[in-house]
Ligand binder design. Structure first.
Ligand code: NAD
Length: 520
């Protein structure tokens, strides 16, 4: 189709290798069900992290183009809100089946732009698709409540959409994060302006092609591009009623404050430092396997990656075995069939990670496994960082205090479970944590006392499926985590409750004295 050719990919041919792209295209924006090219002269280059070859250019859209998109989303709202939830559900069913049909293509563009392995990109799409599948139950979620509250009088509630909502996305889950939001925002009757990450826009663009095919009316789902200026434009726009943000603390805390100050609803999921606690009674092999996968999978660029390990008591002697497992991982281009982890997203990211590892060294930690010098023969220009394990870390070190967001595991020791719990609770982040133990008593003590939003017991990355909600805590969420993503809280975030009390009765034949006081 012409739309697919604008995107430079089509369902029959999509990238399957890190080969240089002959003719990198400008990424279009999407408005009124059309891909349009921006007239801007300023672009952000998107590179394949395995080769640093140019993949596409993302426009820093002009203000008049941004205005055009907001107008379209605003104009589409009344009719979309007026459509029955059951009619919207029919469109969602088609959207779901199209995403499944184009699963491989979505995964391929993620691997090309973001670097993660193809198998992991497929997981990225699936986790988002599952939210869209759950959103098909929209009519159930939209049902109100009713009660006869007095004689001839009833109160009932209606859920109503907010209007135009905006979604601002990070680079690390290019399909999942847009799909955490689009399905729930639209099934509940809102229209959407999505800003993908300027580093990995391709999956969002394919999702737009599928949304149009599924039958979303013009203007219901739109995509804008850019970086800080585009976000500021969205924050200032009075027509935008809510903002869903996922990304770093630096951006998210600013967006939360500015958005909330202008009366918008804001949900914001931020950075993390997720700890795993290993008790001596855990099953050694399965524990070390789970930790290796959760620390180094996706090159550590997951907000739920296990990036800090607390070895309790005797388990400090397990470190060498962990190093051997990490050494066995294959660092390779994401399209290579046996790759365990790909490159990190940009050269700047690699530089930042290497600096944090160097800081650990200068602050007295021990680099047990050093992935900084990793060279790839076939992809010599990639942003490579191989698995890195740092031990003798203490909580005052920079490598512990900062989110590294790379394939780097920092290791600490504790004498007891309670010491481990104190350590984790003192950390400002609270996205997720995991304990490995065969003792139900220890697991229960951990579960009750730990200050983290998502807890795994012998499960390394306990991201809740869409029938639950993503429940980060502390500095991993803005605003105390009141507005969580997807699940029933996601429906609450994107809707306003209206409570109507009605009285349907004739006037009493013998009216009493008119009462001006509150009924008691
Ligand atoms: P980022 O904050 O750099 O970018 C996220 C979005 O914000 C992008 O669309 C970007 O254009 C915009 N942005 C960046 N800086 C801005 C600024 N100063 N003003 C306005 N807009 C700005 O994040 P990233 O590097 O793309 O993603 C990685 C981060 O996201 C990590 O910290 C990770 O932990 C976090 N993350 C959290 C979750 C979660 O659910 N808690 C999930 C995924 C990623």
């Amino acid at each position: 189709s012409t739309q697919a050719s604008v995107l430079g990919t089509s369902s029959s041919s999509f990238p399957s290798s890190h080969a240089k792209i002959a003719n990198p295209k400008d990424t279009p924006y999407f408005v009124d069900n059309e891909f349009r090219l921006s007239a801007t002269t300023e672009f952000i280059d998107v590179h394949d992290p395995a080769t640093n070859e140019l993949v596409s250019k993302v426009p820093k859209m002009t203000e008049s183009e941004l205005e055009e998109v907001l107008q379209a989303a605003g104009s589409a709202f009344p009719a979309w809100k007026g459509m029955s939830t059951i009619a919207r559900q029919q469109i969602m069913f088609r959207f779901v089946s199209l995403i499944r049909e184009h699963w491989d293509r979505l995964a391929a563009v993620i691997t090309l732009e973001q670097g993660k392995t193809l198998a992991d990109s497929k997981g990225d799409v699936l986790r988002g698709l599952q939210v869209a599948e759950a959103a098909c139950a929209g009519p159930e979620y939209m049902k109100g409540e009713v009660l006869e509250v007095a004689k001839d009088m009833e109160t009932r509630t209606y859920r109503e959409p907010l209007g135009v909502v905006s979604v601002i996305c990070p680079f690390n889950f290019p399909a999942m994060i847009p799909l955490w939001c689009i399905p729930i925002a639209t099934i509940t009757g809102n229209t959407v302006v999505l800003k993908p990450s300027e580093r990995a826009p391709g999956a969002a663009m394919i999702l737009m092609e599928l949304a149009e095919k599924a039958g979303f009316p013009n203007g219901v789902i739109n995509v804008v591009h850019g970086a800080h200026d585009t976000v500021n434009y969205l924050l200032d726009a009075p027509s935008i009623k809510a903002i869903s943000f996922v990304g770093s603390n630096q951006a998210g805390e600013y967006i939360f404050e500015k958005g909330s100050a202008s009366g918008k609803r804001v949900q914001a999921n931020l950075g993390a430092k997720n700890h795993a606690v290993v008790l001596p009674d855990s099953d050694k092999d399965s524990t070390l396997e789970a930790i290796t996968a959760a620390a180094f999978g996706a090159a550590g660029q997951r907000c739920m990656a296990l990036s800090a390990l607390i070895l309790v008591g005797e388990t400090k002697h397990w470190l060498q075995e962990l190093v051997e497992r990490a050494k066995g991982l294959r660092v390779d281009g994401g399209f290579e069939p046996d790759a365990d982890l790909g490159p990190v997203v940009t050269p700047q990211s690699k530089l930042r990670i290497n600096k944090l590892v160097a800081s650990a060294e200068s602050e007295g930690a021990t680099i047990l496994l050093d992935g900084r010098g990793f060279q790839h023969k076939k992809y010599a220009n990639g942003n490579w960082v191989a698995p890195t394990i740092i031990c003798d870390v203490n909580p005052t070190m920079q490598c512990y205090k900062e989110e590294i967001f790379g394939p780097v595991l920092v290791c600490l020791q504790a004498n007891s479970l309670d010491d481990a719990i104190c350590l984790i609770n003192a950390n400002p982040y609270g996205n997720g944590t995991a304990i490995f133990t065969s003792s139900g008593v220890s697991a229960e003590r951990f579960r009750k006392n730990i200050e983290a939003g998502q807890v795994g017991v012998n499960v390394p990355i306990p991201v809740p499926l869409p029938m639950f909600s993503f429940t980060g805590n502390k500095r991993s969420v803005a605003g105390g985590g009141a507005n969580t993503f997807y699940g029933k809280p996601g429906v609450s975030f994107y809707t306003q409750l209206k409570t109507v009390t009605s009285k349907w009765a004739g006037r009493d034949s013998q009216p009493g004295k008119m009462a001006l006081s509150m009924p008691t």
